[in-house]
Design a protein around this ligand. Structure first.
Ligand SMILES: *Cc1c(COP(=O)(O)O)cnc(C)c1O
Length: 497
């Protein structure tokens, strides 16, 4: 197997092995780690079609994580994709006549973040042994709702690791908040910040990039890392379900092996769709990746005009996990499509930091044409939930609805009969109020929890265990801070250990 090493998008690091890249999270020059080449398939799609989710995961992850042994990777996969998932398929594909929903929410926290965050802690633990790291690893995480809980659940009580999550006080759903604040585990810390997701993410990035602070932590026995999708260890496990859904379509005879398909990806930080791009580069026949945004439509404008401009209002929507203005993983796409030009990537990112905007050169923009961007309004999102329910008797969450509505818009503008998979990124049980009020406008609940039973009846699905338990769980975390105090909070938490 070809050895794959990692390099920073900003040019300051290269020749880094996978386990070190996972441990570091972010490169020291502020860039993101990318594989120096994307490994390609050396099996036919026919050969893959006999594999189950775990076998595909083994095949793909061995190609990227070449300083892990096959048995180490398998050990992580077995620990991650077990009966924490309430489907044996791990990511079942639900076909509704002409459209296919890839349900990525069957993990313990009911969102697609589980696809990677059930495995990242195991990879990281092995990475610490491999690299002889004696320090305690501190995972700092900014969350727009789903990452936080998935990371807490994944890292809770993992030895040698401390996990600290910052979430925007008013930027997550009631159920998302309760999932986080009821988290158990000696090593878990949850803090609400007065600010939005970008504030949380910027605060976390600033802490990573503060050399003095890091040196200080290091001399006290701590090393920072990340569970956000800036960590390459998050992205690689996400490539797997692009393959597994393709294979499910082949096995159902919806498509023939080799035939192109489209994916519609409800997008925030650009991690999920970037994993789709990697799958395409590996050789999976993907025609278009449709990048779906909510009213925070910065990516739509970017793909249309080539200009990324954050000088705009941040909007709070019913798809909170996509309420993001700075989509970090776009940097990885720019780096690759610019021919791994770290100088150019650096200058764009500097402009973003200094001026809040940058404009791609035309040749780079043209290399991104396989991505189609669409955005949808709040009304269109709600109409999509209602429409899918009446057309297919199937309930989708608001994030998935953004993707579905974006696809409808795409179809209206383009003649394209390619089989298309919508990535369903969260369970509707995480957002009962917005889901039910989209279907029946008269609902005025006291609490989202009052609506769980009704959602179960309407959707003909059983209430997930984790939601049932949540109603009675005690709150274990009630810290909050200003967005400017995050560094101090980290210090205080680690001192108290
Ligand atoms: C995180 C998240 C997204 C956005 O995914 P990115 O990888 O950040 O683009 C979409 N939907 C849900 C439910 C999420 O939790």
């Amino acid at each position: 197997m070809k050895n794959i090493l990692y390099e920073s998008t900003r040019g300051g690091e290269s020749g880094v092995n996978a386990s070190t890249a996972i441990l570091n999270g972010l490169a020291h020059d502020g860039g993101l780690y990318v594989p120096h080449e994307i490994p390609v398939l050396d099996k036919t799609l026919d050969e893959l079609s006999n594999m189950d989710y775990k076998q595909i995961a083994n095949y793909i992850m061995q190609k990227f994580l070449t300083d892990f042994t096959a048995s180490e990777i398998n050990e992580c996969i077995v620990k991650a994709y077990d009966d924490k998932f309430d489907s044996n398929l791990i990511a079942p594909l639900i076909s509704k006549s002409d459209i296919h929903f890839l349900e990525l929410f069957h993990g313990p926290t009911l969102a697609f973040k589980d696809m990677a965050l059930t495995i990242l802690p195991h990879l990281m633990k092995i990475a610490t042994h491999k690299n002889g790291v004696k320090e305690k690893i501190v995972i700092l995480t900014a969350t727009s709702g789903d990452t936080g809980k998935a990371a807490l659940e994944g890292f809770a009580d993992i030895e040698g690791i401390e996990i600290i999550v910052f979430y925007p006080q008013d930027g997550v759903s009631e159920i998302q908040k309760k999932q986080m604040t009821t988290q158990t585990g000696q090593n878990t810390h949850v803090i609400a910040i007065k600010g939005n997701f970008d504030d949380a993410q910027n605060g976390v990035k600033a802490i990573y990039n503060d050399k003095e602070f890091n040196e200080n932590l290091f001399s006290n026995g701590y090393k920072l890392s990340s569970a956000n999708s800036i960590n390459i260890g998050r992205l690689i496990p996400q490539i797997v379900y692009y393959f597994s859904s393709y294979i499910q379509l082949c096995n159902r005879k919806t498509i023939k092996p080799g035939e192109n398909i489209n994916f519609v990806v409800p997008t925030g930080n650009f991690g999920n769709i970037l994993a789709g791009f990697y799958a395409k580069e590996m050789g999976l026949p993907i025609n278009h990746l449709i990048c779906a945004s909510n009213e925070n439509n910065i990516l739509y404008d970017f793909f249309k005009t080539g200009t990324y401009d954050i000088n705009r209002k941040f909007l709070t929507t019913i798809s909170p996990s996509m309420d993001i203005l700075i989509s970090s993983n776009l940097e990885r796409l720019i780096y690759i499509t610019s021919g791994r030009n770290s100088g150019l990537t650096n200058s764009y990112m500097n402009n973003l930091k200094r001026l809040g905007c940058y404009t791609l050169s035309n040749d780079i923009k043209e290399k991104m044409l396989f991505i189609h961007a669409q955005y949808v309004t709040e009304e269109e999102t709600m109409a999509a939930i209602k429409g899918v329910h009446s057309k297919y008797d199937y309930i989708i969450d608001p994030h998935t609805a953004v993707a579905y509505a974006a696809y409808i818009k795409y179809k209206a503008k383009n003649v394209d009969d390619t089989a298309t998979v919508i990535l369903s990124t969260a369970s509707p049980y995480k957002f009962p109020k917005d889901v039910l009020s989209s279907i029946n406008k008269n609902i005025i609940p006291n609490s989202e929890f009052d609506l769980i039973e009704e959602l179960s009846n309407i959707s003909n699905t059983i209430v997930p265990e984790s939601i049932k338990e949540l109603m009675h769980k005690p709150i274990n975390h009630n810290l909050f801070c200003d967005k400017l105090e995050m560094k101090k909070v980290v210090e205080t938490i680690l001192k108290g250990n």
